[in-house]
Ligand binder design. Sequence first.
Ligand code: PLP
Length: 382
Amino acid sequence: MSLVSPAVNDKNRVIPPELNVPPRLLLGPGPSNANPRVLQALAMSPIGHLDPYFLQLMNEVQTLLRYAWQTDNPMTIPISGTGSAAMEATLANIVEPGDVVLVGIMGYFGYRLVDMAGRYGADVRKLVKPWGRVFSLEELRQGLETHRPKVLAIVHAETSTGACQPLEGLGALCREFDCLLLVDTVTSLGGVPLFLDSWGVDLSYSCSQKGLGCPPGLGPFTMSPRAVEKLKNRSTKVANWYLDVSLLSQYWGQDRVYHHTAPVNMNYALREALRILAQEGLEASWNRHLTNAKLLWEGLNDLGLVCHVHEDYRLPTLTTVRIPEGVDGKAISRQLLTEYNIEIGNGLGELAGQVWRIGLMGYNSRPENVLLFLSALKRVLN
Ligand code: PLP
């Protein structure tokens, strides 16, 4: 019997034009533009993910992530994937079916925590705030008293609203109720003060593409010894092979056992981004983000625009500004993109159609970007 191979179908054999990415200024909710030094690191030749040079680089990335988060957690690694992968890693490892997980929701990403925790079998309870507001410590205490959860999960920097949830005192409160504290720091890492150990945060995750000025692709993840204890005492297997920290720690710890092929170049990039942050220093970076945000808020005010969030808990990394009556918000953001190459974000979820979202994160948090944006916005609004 002769085997005749089928003829190659060329239907999908398209040859697109050469890549020609438009020179956008990314002032939306993320990604933000990567620092050129980070892009140079990204372009270097990959080496083996078990090469001694790469193993040393992994140690450096871990140490620098601990600096950025102000934690000494040994289990601090970049998860291969975006922020959502690291978000899922926190829940996948800590939640056992039936565990009560209380989520403080004040915007879109709180609901994502609810969705993910539910998928791992948690008995999810919700505390809900209007979009743009934050919880008081007393409200969270009442939530803990009522629900007695194993985990309290909350977003520090809610990218959908521009509000910054105060965290001081929350870790102590969680210890009083023998509960772990899980905090989303996707839009705060590098740009907003964070002291994970002093604040008693047990689990946190972030992303590479915002305050760290790196392309998207890695999700920093950290877990306190208390959280590791809960992982060790699980009676059920972690229900996600790729994100199982007990397996990942054999690669990121002393053993260096293959788990999955690390995205080598993304780790070069993250190392460079973290090296830049360490060179600048955390306080200087936090101050820079606040100073440039204030310049933006002043300029928006001069244009007669109103910020959605009260200044007391407004994020320096992401500002929501109310779309004036009668203005087509999407048309304005489209015009900024097509005429000025400036990307800003439209409202998300409950705030869709009501606000624009303007990000000043990492490498992009610079006064010249603020002034350029304000002058372009003034033109398109007139
Ligand atoms: N959490 C928050 C607060 C975010 O802003 C985002 C993304 O913008 C995520 C989680 C998810 O991160 P990613 O889009 O990198 O998966």
